[in-house]
Design a protein around this ligand. Structure first.
Ligand code: TRP
Length: 451
């Protein structure tokens, strides 16, 4: 007999889990550094347009697919379009989860190390730029923390959807939120902070080239967890009465707000302490400690703060691993424990190449990409996933919903069989069918210099 699928317990649990997946290192680590590399204010405007204009419609498309099919990222396509090749979209998604989790756990490992070094009182008072680079370029410690993080992720995924995923997110996300507000307030009141606020909110459109626009699209997908089946997988656990439109908008709104909050804590500090906004992936790690240094009980708060980031990262990493695990469990009838263990080990191995990108594997690199510094294995994986696989997955997902599933079936799912009618849903479908595919393709092809 087939086992009953697990479900989230209700709307609050759903929003907490989906927002938990969306809010993570993408907001706190990736958003600030990508914004810093692409000039600030103008980039954020484009990002905002992409989050709501394209990200939300892609998210709704994934919800339509997942909740309708009640299956994993690949199985859903097989159910909705049997005897066709559409399931390959799901396969791209599983591949993307693998790659994203590989470099995600590198960064999460850095965060764990910061918890540790704040706990042992070895963090505050350093020259943070040098401290971070020395740590990142070493081998044993980053590798150790990387493994610790993957073990934590696997442990929660083994526990299952409701017991594991839901329980942790509901309580911890609001605490993180509160902390970020305190830090942002401290940062904007630092002497010299106003330059940072200007950098965030005063658009300078001269910095926006095709690369920057593709980076904004990639960041929007990454941060919302869309384009590869995480939302398909999660919404397969949604109940039929849940209103998808409201969930998608709340999740996107929360996610955007937290990214801006992260910007408000980082950039004032970047300018107040005379650092470069385009310092790359180390940006947050090189600036946040200096804010704590300026606070009473700084060391204590640093421990809690980095711990909360680890937890935000966990609620995202479990959603990445869940895509792979749900696939193995449902399609190959593997036991949850074994599916989790094998995929976590494989991802840890790929992730080790990311973690040791600047030491053991530093020979693997591409020089002089668009005038930037070298791209190491870590950067290649991030670029491949965020700027190529996610937009590609996103475009295929909206094409599937718009052209294969069609208006009647899509709107039926979106409106809970006509119970929650709204004119907006027709607009969403129009965007899904025509605007999103064209916009994503255009930004993508321009960004990679094909047109
Ligand atoms: N959105 C998460 C973050 O911002 C990362 C993440 C989780 C993700 N699931 C995803 C990114 C699926 C892309 C696709 O940290």
């Amino acid at each position: 007999m087939e086992q009953k699928r697990e479900q989230f317990s209700g709307a609050l649990g759903i929003i907490a889990a989906t927002a938990g997946s969306a809010v993570g290192l993408g907001n706190i680590w990736r958003f600030p550094y990508v914004t810093g590399e692409n000039g600030g204010g103008a980039f954020i405007i484009v990002y905002l347009i992409f989050v709501f204009g394209i990200g939300v419609p892609v998210m709704l498309s994934e919800m339509i697919i997942g909740r309708k099919a009640q299956a994993n990222a690949i199985g859903s396509f097989k159910k909705l379009a049997p005897k066709s090749s559409w399931w390959i979209i799901g396969l791209i998604g599983v591949l993307a989860s693998f790659i994203i989790l590989a470099f995600y756990s590198t960064v999460a490992g850095w965060t764990l190390h910061y918890v540790y070094s704040a706990t042992t009182q070895n963090l505050l008072g350093q020259d943070y730029g040098t401290y971070f680079i020395n740590f990142k370029d070493s081998t044993a410690m980053p590798a150790f923390w990387h493994i610790v993080f993957m073990v934590l992720t696997a442990a929660i995924v083994i526990a299952g959807v409701q017991k594991g995923i839901e329980k942790y997110t509901k309580v911890l996300m609001p605490i993180l939120f509160l902390f970020m507000i305190i830090l942002a307030v401290r940062a904007v009141t630092l002497p010299g902070a106003s330059e940072g606020v200007k950098f965030l909110f005063k658009p300078d459109f001269s910095k926006l080239d095709a690369n920057a626009i593709l980076a904004a699209l990639g960041q929007a997908f990454f941060s919302l967890s869309v384009g590869m089946g995480t939302i398909i997988t999660y919404s397969s656990y949604f109940k039929k009465k849940e209103k998808l439109g409201g969930i998608a908008v709340s999740v996107a709104g929360t996610d955007f707000f937290i990214a801006i909050l992260a910007g408000l804590m980082i950039f004032p500090a970047v300018f107040a302490f005379g650092m470069a906004p385009d310092s790359g992936p180390g940006l947050v790690f090189m600036t946040i400690p200096s804010i704590f240094e300026q606070m009473p009980l700084g060391n204590f708060f640093a421990i809690i703060f980095f711990l909360l980031i680890v937890i935000a990262a966990l609620t995202s990493s479990i959603s990445l691993l869940e895509v792979v695990v749900a696939y193995f469990v449902e399609e190959f009838k593997m036991k949850r424990v074994w599916a989790t263990a094998t995929s976590a080990i494989a991802i840890t191995v790929l992730g080790m190449f990311c973690t040791l990108s600047w030491s053991t594997f530093k020979a693997i690199k591409i020089d002089n990409i668009a005038g930037n510094e070298s791209m190491f294995f870590f950067d290649m994986m991030d670029f491949l996933a965020s700027n190529i696989l996610l937009p590609l997955g996103g475009v295929l997902i909206v094409i599937f919903v718009g052209w294969k599933l069609g208006k009647a079936r899509s709107l039926n799912e979106l409106t809970n069989e006509g119970l929650h009618k709204s004119k907006l849903y027709s607009l969403v479908f129009f965007i899904v069918k025509y605007i999103a595919p064209i916009a994503i393709m255009f930004v993508f092809l321009k960004g990679v210099n094909v047109i």
